[in-house]
Write a new protein. Sequence first.
Lengths: 162, 165
Amino acid sequence: MEVFSDFQCPACKTLFLTTNRRLMDDYVTNGKVYLIHRDFPLAMHAHSRVAARYARGAAQIGKVEPVEQALFQNQEKWEQTGDVDGTVAAVLSAAEMTKVRALVKGGTLDSMIDKDYNLGQTYRINQTPTTVFHCKGQTYPYSGAMTYDILKTFLEQLLSQK
Amino acid sequence: MQSSPFNLRRATIWIGRLVLAGIFIYAGYAKLTMGMHPRPPLGVALSFFALQVDSYQILPSWGVKFVANTLPFAEIGLGLLLLIGWRFRIWATLVTLIMLGFFVAVVRSYALGMQINCGCFATPEPLTIKTVFRDGALVALALLMTIFAFIEARKPHPWSTPEKA
């Protein structure tokens, strides 16, 4: 599963907080499903690329999960103030934050974000969140948030394919 | 009063029958095949359609599953019944009610600014103002077809033998 997401998009927040957390617990941690986060910062969102940079930086030091959680949970706050740095700093230690800031200022993360964005364009994605399911050589793109119960039924069907 | 064989009402009924039957059969088929070659397993297609029904955030889970598992077959069945013409007014009324249901769901989602796919033909198609107008036009056609069918049914068939005075 590839989830093309924008940290400033409300539907992406809903998907992450209500569905993908449970998905990770029930399907990803036991290896049934591979879940890949793809950055797709929309131009209409002023701070989403900055947030994507911080999340990427946190991923480089193995701290993506708490940062992703913090960014989505506090979305309304930082999108008003633009204080992405402060939101991330609240869940990382000082040493970790120094490393993340260095990575963000280093300017190398943008190429990774652009790579994801370009990949999304090859799938003709024009809205977030869009989840692209891959199974047995077939591709199933789906746009919008999903209820866990309904997603689970779909995943069980995919996984039951011989 | 006798109806002429070719009047505007009869023409509307025929256009409605052909257009709505074609759309219903195609929509049901597209949901079952997802426009893919080879066709995905039925369970995968139906559960994927359930995701699209769910995205409208109108029905509870059991309702979403019920609609997803029955609607594609109902669309094909109703499309065929419209073409055949057997008990036409019953199926025309049902098609009109279903079209009204789709239209209400689409207008609601558009008005709420929900960034979802229409799910009309099981392919990724963002729900836009174009979708609202298209569905509105189809509802109008279904309504006219059904109303005219009831009006025409009250008149003697144009090809029947005229009653002697």
